[in-house]
Design a protein around this ligand. Structure first.
Ligand code: PAF
Length: 273
C-alpha cells in the first residue's frame, strides 16, 4: 500500500494510471462500516484509494474536533489488510489555505435535520468532498447510508456541478446488538450504549408497523418518539428519496431517519424502505 500525503503528488501518481478507481473518503477511526465501503470499492474497481482526513471545516465551534478519535497506526493496518492500494493522508495545511473558495450547502436541504442543529456543517462536508474528488478523480466514490443527508447532498452536488463520478451508497453495518457502527460510538459509556439501543428499536418498530400496513407517517413517528423517550431527540423524520417530507410511506421511496443525543454523543441512524 502506498501512503501519500501531498494532494499534488497523489494527482501526479494517479495521472497515468488507466484503471477504474474506487474512492472511500473517511475521517479515520476505521470500523467494519468503513471496511464494507472498501470491500465494495474493491469488488467494483481495479484500484482503491482511501483518504483519512479529519476535516476541520465540518465541525462547528465547540464540537468534538479536538477529541475526534485518532487511530492512525491501526487505520493504516486496517487499510493494508483490506487491500487498499493508496492511502491518502493529507494534513489540514495541505488541503486548505487562507481565504478559500467554498461550496455552500443548499439553503433548504442543507439546513434541515442535522443541518438545522449544525448550521454550516454540510458546507464544510461538501467543500472537502469536492476537493477530495477533484484530487482523486475516481470512477466511483463510496459513502455510507448512515449519513443519509450527507449522501443526499453529495449526490446533489455531483449532479448539479456535472461531476463525472458515480456516487455509490453502501448499506449501514450494525453491531450484534443492533447499534449502527460509528466512530463516535466509543464516546458511549456502558449505560449510554444501552440507552442508545432505543434507536434501532424505534426503527424496527417503524418497519413492523409498516409491515402491518400502517402508512401514516405521523402515526409511525409518534410510535418512534414513544420508544425513544426520554432520550434527547434531535429529529425523527420520514422522507422520500428526494428528501421531501411525506404523509404516507411509499415502499421503494422512503427513508426513516433518527438523530438522538446520548450524553454528548450525536447518534444517527435510518432505514431505507
Ligand atoms: O462521513 C465522513 O466520514 C465525512 O463526513 C467525509 C465524507 C469523509 C468528509 O469529511
Amino acid at each position: 500500500m502506498k501512503i501519500i500525503s501531498n494532494p499534488l503528488a497523489l494527482q501526479q501518481h494517479l495521472k497515468n494510471i488507466d484503471k477504474t478507481l474506487g474512492f472511500v473518503p473517511t475521517m479515520g477511526a476505521l470500523h467494519e462500516g468503513h471496511i464494507a465501503l472498501i470491500k465494495q470499492a474493491k469488488e467494483e474497481n481495479e484500484l482503491v484509494v482511501v483518504s483519512i482526513f479529519v476535516n476541520p471545516t465540518q465541525f462547528l465551534a465547540g464540537e468534538d474536533l479536538e477529541e475526534y478519535p485518532k487511530k492512525d497506526a491501526a487505520d493504516k493496518k486496517i487499510c493494508e489488510l483490506a487491500g487498499v492500494d493508496i492511502l491518502f493522508f493529507p494534513s489540514a495545511s495541505e488541503l486548505y489555505t487562507q481565504d478559500e473558495v467554498k461550496i455552500c450547502a443548499p439553503n433548504v436541504r442543507g439546513y434541515v435535520l442535522e443541518g438545522a442543529t449544525r448550521p454550516g456543517h454540510f458546507s464544510g462536508v461538501l467543500t472537502v468532498v469536492m476537493k477530495l474528488l477533484n484530487i482523486v478523480n475516481p470512477t466511483r466514490a463510496y459513502f455510507g447510508k448512515k449519513d443519509a443527508q450527507q449522501l443526499h447532498l453529495i449526490s446533489l452536488m455531483v449532479r448539479q456541478f456535472f461531476m463525472r463520478v458515480e456516487i455509490v451508497p453502501v448499506d449501514i453495518v450494525r453491531d450484534s446488538d443492533g447499534l449502527a457502527l460509528s466512530s463516535r460510538n466509543i464516546y458511549l459509556s456502558k449505560e449510554q450504549r444501552a440507552q442508545a439501543l432505543k434507536i434501532p428499536k424505534s426503527l424496527y418498530t417503524a418497519s413492523q408497523l409498516i409491515s402491518k400496513n400502517v402508512v401514516d407517517t405521523q402515526e409511525i413517528k409518534a410510535a418512534m418518539h414513544t420508544i425513544l423517550s426520554p432520550l434527547k431527540i434531535e429529529y425523527v423524520e420520514i422522507l422520500n428519496r428526494d428528501f421531501e417530507v411525506i404523509r404516507e410511506v411509499q415502499i421503494g421511496n422512503t427513508v426513516i431517519l433518527v438523530e438522538v443525543i446520548v450524553g454528548k454523543t450525536r447518534l444517527l441512524d435510518n432505514i431505507w424502505l
